[in-house]
Design a protein around this ligand. Structure first.
Ligand code: 5GP
Ligand code: ZN
Length: 115
């Protein structure tokens, strides 16, 4: 999608610190990390948020949750102590980039509830 920063990262039109890539998904380090481990996992295709998923996206959604996130958690060394997966959605959810992304945060003790 034109003018979508995460589409441009997925297409490598702008640089990022990629930590994972396959045919459907990329993951890269957040520009402003909120924890020692903070990566963003995104579908390569433009999907605005979880609300924009369709039935055709079931395999993609499952791939992200079943394959990519657990693999990355292990590779990034946060699987044993724990980590958090967050997808901010909409204005009150704090979504600033309108291309679906899952934050994977870890490497420190995370507080609850979020602010
Ligand atoms: P949101 O606020 O939408 O849940 O999260 C957007 C995240 O994207 C923020 O944590 C922000 O730091 C990150 N971000 C925004 N622009 C860029 C960028 O150009 N590169 C990278 N690596 N992260 C970005
Ligand atoms: Zn996009």
């Amino acid at each position: 999608m034109a003018d979508c920063i995460f589409c441009k990262i997925a297409q490598k039109e702008i640089p990022s610190n990629l930590v994972y890539e396959d045919d459907q998904v990329v993951a890269f380090k957040d520009l402003e990390p909120q924890a020692p481990v903070h990566v963003l996992i995104i579908p390569k295709k433009h999907v605005e948020s979880v609300l924009a998923f369709t039935k055709e996206d079931k395999d993609l959604a499952a791939h992200i949750l079943v394959d990519v996130i657990p693999q990355l958690a292990r590779e990034l060394g946060v699987d044993e102590k724990g980590f958090r997966v967050v997808t901010n959605t909409g204005d009150e959810g704090g979504q600033s980039v309108k291309h679906l992304h899952f934050h994977l945060l870890g490497g420190r003790s995370l507080q609850w509830p979020p602010g």
